[in-house]
Design a binder for this molecule. Sequence first.
Ligand code: NAP
Length: 337
Amino acid sequence: MTNNNVEKMIIVGSGPAGFTAALYTARANLNPLLITGNEIGGQVAITYEVENYPGFPEGLTGPEMVEKFQKQAEKFGARIEYDYVSSVDFTQHPFTVSTASGKEYRAESVIISTGATPRKLGVPGEKEYTGFGVSYCGTCDGFFFRGKDVIVVGGGDSALEEGLFLTKFANKVTVVHRRDELRASKILQDRAASNPKMDYKWSHVVERINASGGNGNGTPAKVVSATLRDLKTNEVYDFPVDGVFIFIGHTPNSELFRGQLEIDEAGYVITDKRMHTSVHGVFAGGEIQDSVFRQVVTSAGQGAAAAMEAEKFLGELEAQSYHEILAEHGLAVPVLA
Ligand code: NAP
């Protein structure tokens, strides 16, 4: 279904960057349309507690934060559409944004804030037993591991933060890390060190995840162990566990933009310091373009910056045509790669 109206501003994605862009562009009277994606709120929606967002000294849960972001953007007139963007065409202006439900929008300006997805280990058993003991979200699944033993894979902030959360339920949480030094922040390392339920397997990797049942006889699969390799001794052994929680970083959700925008080797959409992508009039903020900071507050800041630049671009567009603007900035008309 093609909507013949040309939207001024479409925002793709509903994490902190997307909602902040919606708030800013709504307050600038640009009547933004935000298309949420499959999971409203993105990664913050599955975060147990956010305690480092300024202005909330008591902390708040991820879902509470998403609710507040949405409420504040809607208060100023942002429109929220629960749909998934399936393709875009940035080669012609106005740009085209098509959704999984069959809608086709045209937009003068687009802000991309599609975020990132948890990275996979790629070992046997991981895919098969996801949901049967393998998880990427302690906040979502921790409850099912009351009194059980689990491992957490990774050595970053996510591994420790989620591992600490899991100690509320689990009997024991063993961090399996490929090096003998964590990259997590000092405060989390200190908290983990003083938690008696936390344990470590240093210089270890997971080679396989093993389960019982799930073989068609009516018994659901259930993780029973992880096959670990000690990288120092090369010893391989089965470590009995009920759950495997994987926190080894993220992959940016940029497939949609391949061939349309410049993307780096790791898959991040490339922006300049003013959040402009390689196509004039298309901006990006949050984890889709930030492989370094990845905080709620930095993503929100990048969403605000993208919105302010988009507002400036739309101002230019009122005075001259898109092609005149490109000529003025010495930019080429976007072409498909
Ligand atoms: P990360 O910092 O990239 O850490 C990923 C961890 O997984 C690293 O320890 C890495 O090992 C390990 N790893 C990567 N690939 C692996 C593989 N194939 N097999 C085994 N281990 C593997 O990711 P993150 O913890 O998700 O954090 C991402 C960003 O979000 C960071 O900037 C972090 O500070 C931020 N964050 C902040 C908070 C907070 O402030 N409360 C909470 C969560 C996340 P190596 O160390 O050997 O590379």
